[in-house]
Design a protein around this ligand. Structure first.
Ligand code: 2HG
Ligand code: ZN
Length: 461
């Protein structure tokens, strides 16, 4: 039946670019998770919004499921197509459409990479402040679908703060122009915000109007070596009150070991248990003096074992690389990933419990802790031993994640801070959202997509 459906699609949209080669199905049918075997029906690469609308009308007529697809850098399986779905890639919808100097906004197609959008903003003397390591490959549409966070959430917040408007093609092929760049709009439900973070279950985002802002003042990057997990939050408190921070990230000695093995430069002659990378404004003498004073205070209190402050852009980039290179350096171990959040105030108690739980649960596995500690967001990657079957490894990790999800629930946290629920975290959604909330999400989904064709199986069943 789907073969016939595909013929009908070809007849209906003769100019639509379609790929059906096995290598393409494999390439476009998966994201950075490597757990599912891709098996899409075909890959559509629309070149216009009208083509996306045509695809959606066809899909609803023929009952074909759709998987929206951007840069497929997601880590929760949100872009996996393993059941004969049509993957709709926004790859060709990658243009900057307009810039408005008065509104300070940039309107882009959904398939543009985050980096290209950032560059376009910079060319206008402004910035789009959402930023993270996958910037060169991820698509803006995907960042909207997951409400992506990243390394400067501490100062700028998540993606949803920066989307002034978006265009959505609904499962019926309607084009909705949501919020149209308005700053104030008190006219009922904010459907734009509902779409942000919906992981492609309510339609396909085809365009976005990004709010831009002034470039940050001159900044510097500091790397600190710390003796224990316990001092992390104290160091954060000291730096946050003394400096104007734009990032406060951490990683462990194990993370550093992997990044160094992947080609990064060792920052210190010795190794230490924990590290913090912090970025802060350093625009004048007063700010520079504050940095030194804060550093001395921490050293005197014995909270910092070693430290370095960047003295050039190249050195700042090298320090950032130690944190931003972690994911790539771990990829060869097909890690089981956790991306959890608690309120910052709950972090010390949560950290202590999570550490003891995972220490006991994973005595034989290497566990890598890192993340956006200043946002209350931890990434916990468990590395698969080379000789272990992937399925056994995942099964073992899932048992532990159930326990971790309970600890998170006790601390009012979330099982997904910024990577989305997708397929990977679906079994634990009810530890983060109440049953009443999940039922309400289901009802909303049914109202928008009664046939359940948009990214089925993602977020909830
Ligand atoms: C990061 O912060 C990304 O580097 C990826 O969110 C995290 O690989 C991970 O677990
Ligand atoms: Zn992250």
């Amino acid at each position: 039946m789907n073969g016939n459906a595909l013929d009908a699609l070809r007849r209906r949209l003769p100019d639509l670019r379609l790929k059906t080669e096995p290598a393409d199905l494999e390439f476009y049918g998966r994201d950075w998770t490597r757990r599912w075997t891709p098996a899409p029906l075909a890959i559509a690469l629309p070149g216009s919004v009208e083509e996306v609308q045509g695809i959606m009308r066809w899909a609803s007529e023929f009952g074909v499921a759709i998987v929206p697809s951007g840069g497929r850098t997601g880590l929760s399986g949100g872009a996996v197509a393993a059941h004969g779905e049509l993957v709709v890639s926004t790859e060709r919808l990658n243009k900057v459409l307009s810039f408005d100097r008065i509104d300070r906004s940039l309107t882009v197609e959904a398939g543009i990479t985050l980096e290209a959008a950032q560059n376009a903003a910079r060319e206008q003397g402004l910035i789009y402040p959402v930023d993270f390591a996958a910037r060169g490959s991820c698509a803006i549409g995907g960042t909207i679908a997951t409400n992506a966070g990243g390394i400067r959430v501490l100062r700028y917040g998540n993606t949803r703060n920066w989307i002034a408007g978006l265009k959505l093609v609904t499962p019926q092929g309607e084009l909705l122009d949501l919020n149209r760049g308005l700053i104030k709009n008190s006219s009922g439900y904010d459907l734009r915000q509902l779409v942000i973070g919906a992981e492609g279950t309510l339609g396909i985002v085809v365009e976005a109007t990004l709010q831009l802002t002034d470039p940050a003042p001159r900044s510097n990057v500091m790397l600190l070596a710390l003796p224990s997990f316990e001092v992390l939050m104290d160091v954060f408190a000291v730096l946050r009150s003394a400096l104007s921070l734009s990032a406060f990230e951490f990683f462990t000695d194990i993370a550093l070991k992997h990044v160094l093995a992947h080609g990064a430069q060792a920052p210190f002659a010795e190794t230490y248990p924990y590290y913090v990378v912090s970025e802060f404004d350093c625009a004048d003498d007063a700010q520079e003096a504050a940095v030194l004073a804060a550093f001395e205070q921490l050293a005197e209190q014995g909270q910092v074992l070693d430290g370095v402050i960047s003295s050039s852009d190249a050195q700042a980039a090298a320090l950032w690389r130690l944190r931003e290179g972690i994911t790539e350096s771990l990829a060869q171990y097909t890690p089981y990933k956790n991306d959890v959040a608690v309120r910052i105030s709950a972090m010390p108690a949560f950290l202590a419990e999570a550490q003891s739980l995972l220490g006991e649960a994973y005595p034989d596995f290497e566990v890598v802790w890192f993340g956006h500690i200043g946002d209350g967001n931890l990434h916990i990657n468990v590395l698969k031993p080379g000789d272990m079957a992937q399925a056994d490894f995942v099964a073992a990790c899932e048992q532990v994640t159930k326990l971790l999800a309970k600890v998170l629930q006790e601390h009012g946290g979330s099982i997904s801070a910024e990577h989305g629920i997708g397929l990977v975290k679906k079994p634990y959604l009810d530890c983060t959202r109440s049953l009443a909330e999940i039922e309400l999400m289901r009802q909303i989904r049914r109202a928008v997509d009664p046939a359940g064709l948009m990214n089925p199986g993602k977020v909830f069943d």
